[in-house]
Structures are given as C-alpha cells and as structure tokens.
Ligand binder design. Sequence first.
Ligand SMILES: [Zn+2]
Ligand SMILES: [Zn+2]
Length: 148
Amino acid sequence: MKATIEGGCGCGAVRYVLALDRLPPTYACHCRDCQTWSGSAFNQVALLPEALLTVSGPVALCEVTGPSGRVSRQRVCGVCHTRLYSTNSARPGLVGLRAGTLDRSDALDVVAHIWVKRKQPWITIPDGVPAWPESAPPEQFAHALARR
Ligand SMILES: [Zn+2]
Ligand SMILES: [Zn+2]
C-alpha cells in the first residue's frame, strides 16, 4: 500500500509517514493533564498501531511515570521540542499521535470526546458525537473510533 499520510514537527527536522491511505479518526481528551501537556485546551489524538508509523529525524524521549505506575513515553522533536507522539505501558503496541502535527490536520474528524467534565466552558461538543465525562469504557471507545 502506498503511504500518503505524512506529518512532522514545527521546525521540519522530524518528519513521519503513516502507512494509511486516508486520514485516521481522532479523539479529543479534555483532561487537565492533556491541557497542561499540550499547553492548550485539549489534546487531539489519533490512536494507531505503532507499526504504521515511520519516523525520520532527531526524536527525543521524555518518560513520565504516572501515579498509577503506568509509564508514558512522549516523543518530541530533538530540535524544536514539538510533541509528536507517545506510547504508554497501559496500551502496548499503540501510539497516540498528536494529530495537529499531520500535514492535513485541517481535514481531520474528531469522532469522540473524553474527560469532558474538565473541558473548557467555551467548547461545545457537536450533537451526535460521542462524549464521556471521564475515560470511555474501552469497548464503547473502540466502537466510536471505528465509526466514520
Ligand atoms: Zn522540530
Ligand atoms: Zn487527557
């Protein structure tokens, strides 16, 4: 399959290719941690099998152990420190790609919202888009991400 989905960091030192023929679905996490880590109102993520991602350029690793003992490994550009993707010991084999780094981020769909009890008050979730006050039950979440 020809990969046509690409992205990269703000300075251009790191580029990546996804082995997909169309943009992946994304979700928004409105939790306080995501607001802090992203420096923004929420974190827009595409959850993907790690094998689909090919990265080139200098990537730096930032490892954080949460209170639950789960280890989050954030990958950032080694030059400009744009957050690119992360892995988590709680979901081996998957990457959470920071969807705003995709070249075609303007064409992405947000198909689910989690931790909306922490969302900024000015954000309105569109009718018909699944949302949960905290984390979504895994089966319901998978169903929401699969629905296009
Ligand atoms: Zn960079
Ligand atoms: Zn979050």
